[in-house]
Structures are given as structure tokens and as C-alpha cells.
Design a protein around this ligand. Sequence first.
Ligand code: EPZ
Length: 420
Amino acid sequence: MDKLIIQGNTCLQGEIWASGSKNAALPILAAVLLCQGATTITNLPQLQDVTTSIELLGALGVEVSVNEHHRVEVDARRLSSLTAPYDLVRKMRASILVLGPMLSRWGEANVSFPGGCAIGSRPVDIHLQGLRAMGAKIVIEDGFIRATSSGRLVGCNISMHTVSVGATENLMMAAALAQGTTVLENAAREPEILDLANCLNGWGAQVTGAGTRRVIIEGVESMPGGFHRVMPDRIEIATYLAAAAATRGRVRVTGADPATLTAVLAKFGETGASIDFGEDWIELDTQGRRPLAVNLTTAPYPGFPTDMQAQLTAVNAIADGIGVVTETIFENRLMQVQELRRMGADIVVDGNSARVQGVARLQGAQVMASDLRASASLVIAGMVADGQTCVDEIFHIDRGYECIEEKLHQLGAQIKRIQN
Ligand code: EPZ
């Protein structure tokens, strides 16, 4: 298992570029299954999850040519299999996103039942309820979700009991080729949903209302495919800004869309940092000051994103004052706390809230990554702490942060990867 060795007492200064969004790229790669013609996708981040998605498409018989960095040409005219295998779904839960498009285009889809993960049980009941409402027959057997439909899926009104990014994406894709109109009520409004809808419309679908609670999809007979450039990764961008806030630095991220980070930028403002931004860049400047502690509660977009909760917990760990962090989306997403405590953080967890009493200094330690965003919070803490920090199990980080060492080196961090 690779490790990251991080020297502390760093002050991040400088400019980096934003990569393409992991959480936009994964549904967009699944959407190629809807298209009769060729598709081209650019600004794909080079991440393990993107590689796994491309492997999954290959396992289905889709021709994917990765002819240069960040760009793929895809031909999904013919499939050799309608089964997403256990060994790939096990590696990446988001594989469930092939269920809707594969079923809608081919009338059949078998996807290994995605297990839970470190942050929670992560059920898929909303995905399955929606597909059944559109006429799919779904059975769970031998650890697989086996979905079939006799003829086209039929559009209908679907009200989702919980705001779910993945269910909104899966059902939007399934509805694209369904017969008639589908209305998704209580839809997720994340920017990645809007990016997927823009992509689907560019490839021949008719989706309106994406980014609002009510998405309407007029089913079409077929989708010719086309070109799409993936949006910037707002969570990656905000993670580097959080690192700047924690290390009393000044960081500008280019290729960013400030409009997708309103709640997060407001929270950074509460830490006392100054935030400046233009059309495609964002800059956080602490003016060398220790951050002020902040209170936050995660919520579906446009609220504060759960994917930034662990990183702000790390900022609170060395902030001036007491900050309370409350996680409302996932039932077990405070795992970074026990590792931050091993670095000297003063955090008390009560249910889904963490009460963080900022300390003046953290101590470097050997720590263990548990999930993607908790790993990022440990890297942030390691750059602030006295001494050296070794973050183990960093395959979690490689799932979501492209060229993390390169980008942090560019900002002055002393970080190196030990390959085991
Ligand atoms: C997406 O996961 C993201 N992943 C997650 O990012 C992100 O944390 C999450 O949305 C919330 O914003 C991708 O986009 C690939 P959900 P997803 O369905 O779709 C419950 C990261 O770090 N739920 O919006 O799996 C569920 O239990 C990852 O980049 C049901 O009850 O999340 C949770 O409490 C982590 N039934 C809530 O909804 C369902 O059928 C939100 O989950 C589906 C979900």
C-alpha cells in the first residue's frame, strides 16, 4: 500500500489548476451506453475511479480509446455483455450508474449489488423504486440486481423519498430513452446533475429542470451521441482552498467555477480568510492569520456539501475557537476524527456532530486513511502539524485527487509518495 510522507509547518502559496470533476465524469461515462453513435468526452480527470469506469465499459464490450490525457472516444453501438461484474462494482459503488442507461437502451441490465462502504450503508432503494415505476422487472439474486423490461421503459412521475445524487442521475438516464414524459420530484440539485443533463441534451436527449427539485425528461427514440467537456471538480478545488486556510497561506485555483461553491466560499469567509474570484478562478488569502473556528451542517446542494465536511473539520482542528461540525447525509462520515485526535486534535463526537476545540499546534503522526475525503483531511492536518506525518492506505486519495503530490509541490508542500 502506498503512503504519503508529509513534512509539517507548511504555508501553501501559489496557483494550481482544477481537474475535471470525478462526480460529473462517472455518470457521464455511464451515459455513453444510451448512445447509438460515437461519443467524445474531454477534461476527464486521471483518477482510479475513472479508470475503473473505463474498465467496466470494456467489460460490457464498449470500445473505449484513451488516445490522450483526459480524453476518450467511445463507441457503445454494440455490447458483448449486459452484466456489470462483482470485481468492478466492489471497487467502485458508482458502477450502479450503468443500471439505468443499460436497461433503458437494451431492455436488460445485471449489476452486482453495491455493498456499503466506510461512510455508510448507502442503499439503492430509490434507484430500484424509480426503475420499477417505469415498468422494469427487478429481482435481486446471487448478489446481483437483475433488471429487465419488455419493450421500452415508460415515463411516469417519480417522487424520491430522500434527495439522492445517484438516484437522480440513474433515473434521468433511464428516462432519456423511455416512452413519454418522466418527472423526477425531490431531485438532487448538485452541479454535477446539471453537467450530466447538459451532456445528455448534447447527445440527443430532452431534459429540462436539471439543477432544480423537479426534473422533466421527454423520452426520445434514440440518442446519436456527440461531444462533452466535463465540468471542473468543485470539491477538489475547495479541498486545496481549505488547505490554504489551514496553513495560513494564499492559493489561487484556475479553471474553477465559483458559482458551484457559494456555500463553501461563504464558510471560508467565516474563517477570516479573504476570498476573491473571477469568471474561472478562485483565490483564498489568509494574510498569514490563523483561521477562526466555524460551525457547519452538511446538506444537499445548494447547502454545505458533505464532501467538504472532513476538510473543514481539519481546519477547525487548528482554528481559534470552538467549531461544531454536523453531518446529516451519511451515518458514518466522521472517521477522520479518530485519526486527527492521534495528531493532538481536541474533538468530541456526539452522534453525528463533532465539537472541535481548536488547538495551537498538531503533532505529526502515522495515520490511516479510511475514505476519500477523510484522507484529504489528514493530508491537510499533516501539512500544518509539527514534524512528519505518514498517511497510510492512500489508494483512497488516488480515487479522487488527480496529481495530488504535483499540485501540492507547486504550492510549496513537502510531500512524497512511498510505494510499497
Ligand atoms: C454522490 O454519492 C457522490 N458520489 C458522493 O461523493 C456524495 O457524497 C453524495 O453524492 C452526496 O452528495 C458520486 O457522485 C460518484 P446519494 P451517492 O445517493 O449518489 C441515501 C465523494 O467523496 N440514499 O446522494 O451515492 C443515502 O444513504 C463521494 O466524492 C437512499 O436512502 O449519494 C444518503 O444518506 C462520497 N437510497 C443520501 O441518500 C438510495 O437509493 C445521499 O446519498 C440512494 C441514496
